[in-house]
Design a protein around this ligand. Structure first.
Ligand code: NAX
Ligand code: K
Length: 511
């Protein structure tokens, strides 16, 4: 798991390392420059490199990189874009050292002549929009077509929000120090950053921040009992699919089963009976029709809920009176069973604010931005600009676990821990993709995962399944069925990795 930090948090961590821990700033800087130097040697053509430096400490990193390249015998030019009058103390030292070692300094250059450009113009200290000569410079770097390595963060990207501040460098690779910055994790900053490498430079101690799952999340996967039966692995009830919407019931219930739940029952409109039985014979079925008396509907629902360990409600459900009754009854009859609420259940919940306070930590809501804007009574623009504030607002009226789906999905657990999901791709913006996430979430809960883990893990797993689908079919053409296939393959790979670890005794305690 990694921690994502804002520019302000990073500056505090820098200062704590320097002032409280007593590690000189120049030591950190040299380690940062060495990390960039290693990356340049591994991934870039160093026939002729240009290092573009600002006057802050990001520029000072760049100066150190230019010195290291020069001393290692590479052809390198240093371009100072910053104003010497505003040099930081470190920058003054790096500038003098570069001159002492006779690093080539250029005032005027044709960017397209270089094989690699190192962007050390601005780092986390960027405080306002780029304009004038800096804007022209960044646009010229981008227009050159030369591969760029960005130092810490592409210049022009806001370290906290990922927004482009006027203009920004488009990098092929970003070497970022100590912790991944939030701004190169969110859109559009993540696109400008290219491939991101996080390098240890000796700055530690981030305790607060936003978490992002990485491949270490594998250890969260619920263990399988080799002696288990289908009851052991949990029973999911999917209340999904109205007339002409059987697909949503199919994708969500299939995803629950593929994720490892032992049994799935779909409670759906009578008209979906034949198609679902043919399409997905592994699922059990309970049906209702819209003309059913309230008592009869309640009876059917109670029986199905009694059977289930976990309930998911909403995919393709519609916002009809019957759907509203079902949602209200689910919240009343649930006892303390975990519930996943998706799609139309969220639209109904937005309308029926009185039901929101009945939610608790074991309820997981999975709104996309449109559904979230209705739930939290704000615009999508507000959500994008202040995602955490919107999630806090909703939590106060609806105290549940939240998966707010977007190109970068946010998760807020009921105890206030934030995650940003970094897996997935634009191909996942396809019909049925959200149904699959709903099913994965329910499937994980059924296997005993707590909602505080199931929510971030489901988003991560859904993303890697989608990444697999994009590799197989291409992001443009992949469908929700491909995400299901990707889910199967990814889970198989994760299980194999776990088995290999167990075989090699990696998890054993030393004797
Ligand atoms: N010892 C340290 O503190 C370390 C710092 N590091 C590097 O230092 C960077 C942060 O350095 P700084 O805090 O000096 O900040 P930056 O180097 O990012 O830039 C700060 C300078 O840019 C100016 N500026 C901001 N926005 C501007 C704009 N739009 N147009 C023109 N000028 C603008 C500021 O007035 C200031 O002079 C990190 O990103 C990292 O690269 C790393 O070397 C790790 C250790
Ligand atoms: K930079």
């Amino acid at each position: 798991m990694q921690i994502l930090v804002t520019g302000e948090q990073m500056k505090q961590l820098d200062q704590a390392t320097i002032q409280t821990m007593g590690i000189p700033s120049l030591v950190l800087m040299e380690r940062a420059a060495l990390a960039v130097f290693d990356c340049l040697r591994q991934h870039f053509s160093l026939k002729k490199t240009l290092v573009v430096c600002g006057s802050g400490n990001n520029g000072a990193d760049g100066m150190a990189v230019a010195r290291l390249l020069h001393l290692a015998g590479y052809s390198v030019d240093l371009y100072l874009a910053g104003n010497p009058a505003s040099f930081t103390e470190e920058m003054k030292i790096q500038w003098q050292a570069a001159k002492n070692y006779q690093v080539s300094i250029v005032n005027n250059c044709r960017f397209s002549e270089y094989t690699t450009i190192v962007d050390a113009l601005f780092g986390v200290g960027l405080s306002r929009e780029l304009s004038g000569k800096y804007q022209t410079l960044v646009d010229a770097i981008n227009a050159s077509g030369v591969p760029v390595l960005a130092v810490d963060i592409p210049s022009g990207i806001h370290a906290g929000t990922g927004q482009v501040m006027g203009t920004a460098v488009r990098a092929a690779e970003t070497v970022t120090f100590a912790y991944r910055k939030l701004g190169i994790s969110l859109y559009p900053g993540t696109v400008y950053a290219g491939n991101v490498q996080v390098k240890d430079v000796g700055i530690y101690g981030a305790s607060k921040g936003i978490y992002a799952l990485d491949k270490e999340a594998i250890s969260w996967l619920p263990a399988r009992d080799p002696g288990g039966n289908k009851g052991t692995f949990g029973k999911v009830l999917l209340i999904a699919g109205s007339r002409n919407m059987s697909g949503a019931a199919y994708f969500s219930s299939k995803a629950a089963l593929v994720s490892g739940a032992g049994m799935v029952r779909i409670l759906t409109d009578e008209s979906n009976r034949t198609i679902l039985q043919q399409q997905f014979p592994e699922a059990m079925l309970s049906v209702y029709d819209s003309s059913m008396q309230h008592e009869k509907l309640a009876d059917v629902l109670k029986k199905a809920m009694h059977w289930a360990d976990v309930i998911a409600i909403g995919p393709g459900l519609s916002t009809s009176k019957t759907a509203e009754d079902l949602l209200q009854m689910v919240l009343t009859f649930r006892q303390s069973k975990p519930i996943v609420m998706d799609a139309d259940a969220l639209n109904l919940l937005a309308k029926r604010k009185d039901l929101q306070s009945q939610c608790d930590a074991s309820c997981i809501l999975t709104p996309h931005m449109g559904e979230m804007s209705r739930l939290a009574d704000c615009t999508i623009g507000d959500l994008k600009a202040h995602p955490q504030e919107a999630m806090e607002t909703l939590y106060r009226q609806c105290p549940c676990t939240l998966i707010m789906k977007d190109a970068r999905t946010w998760i807020r657990t009921a105890d206030g821990v934030y995650y940003l999901n970094l897996t997935g791709n634009h191909g996942m913006a396809t019909a049925g993709s959200g149904d699959v996430l709903c099913g994965i979430t329910a499937g994980l809960l059924a296997q005993g995962m707590r909602s505080s883990q199931a929510a971030p893990f489901a988003a991560w797993l859904h993303g890697i399944a989608g990444d697999h689908a994009a590799q197989e079919k291409g992001a443009r053409s992949m469908t929700a069925s491909d995400i299901l296939s990707g889910l199967c393959v990814q889970l198989q790979m994760l299980d194999r990795k776990i088995a290999r670890k167990e075989d090699t005794g990696e998890n054993n305690y030393e004797k």
